[in-house]
Design a protein around this ligand. Structure first.
Ligand code: AR6
Length: 169
């Protein structure tokens, strides 16, 4: 059984086996959670991202997929980078957002991670409405068979926390 827990705060301050990054397909960093993880985690993470790009993801990591690197100086063993979809009002991209959670948990299982901290993927720069993103995230985690014991959603502000709390019940 996987327990879902909620925390309001900065994901880079969390202690977990794996911390999930809301990355972009370049894997070369950006703003939001991505920027914060690379700033606090230090250059080892970016170095490994560059190597992954050179070896496997020349065209970028596709949306909905996930890949792991070291966590550098973060209080975690791994960072799992996933690429959320940009919100679209005309196209239903929910499956891609759900895939971010499923694929991150699959990678976590491969690594042997038992505690995984997730941000609210796609709800910042990628503009996904928070309530909808929370529903998709919680349903995706609940619908995934995994050996991960704790999935911790780390929500940056109260609005995000409340949206997830409503879904978790
Ligand atoms: N800890 C927890 N949550 C955070 C933190 C933090 N330190 N910082 C922001 N959030 P975003 P996206 C929240 O924009 O929408 C980057 O440039 C934020 O309030 O980080 O998936 C990437 O390189 C929001 O609710 O990710 C991509 O280009 C949520 O985390 C692009 O942004 C996600 O916001 C990805 O956009």
């Amino acid at each position: 059984m996987t327990t879902i827990t909620l925390v309001q705060g900065d994901i880079t301050r969390q202690s977990a086996d794996a911390i999930v990054n809301a990355a972009n397909s370049s894997l070369l960093g950006g703003g939001g959670v991505d920027g914060a993880i690379h700033r606090r985690g230090g250059p080892a993470i970016l170095q490994e991202c560059r190597e992954l790009r050179a070896s496997y993801y020349g065209k970028g990591l596709p949306t909905g997929q996930a890949v792991a690197t070291t966590a550098g100086e973060l209080d975690a063993r791994w960072v799992i980078h996933t690429v959320g979809p940009v919100w679209s009002a005309t196209e239903d991209r929910s499956e891609l957002l759900a895939s971010c959670y499923r694929e991150s948990l699959r990678v976590a299982d491969e690594l042997g991670a038992r505690t995984v901290a997730f941000p609210a993927v796609s709800t910042g720069v990628y503009r996904w409405p928070m309530q909808d993103a929370a529903r998709i995230a919680v349903e995706a985690v609940r619908g995934t068979e995994t050996a991960v014991e704790e999935v911790r959603f780390v929500l940056f502000d109260e609005r995000a926390y409340e949206a997830f709390a409503e879904q978790v019940g």
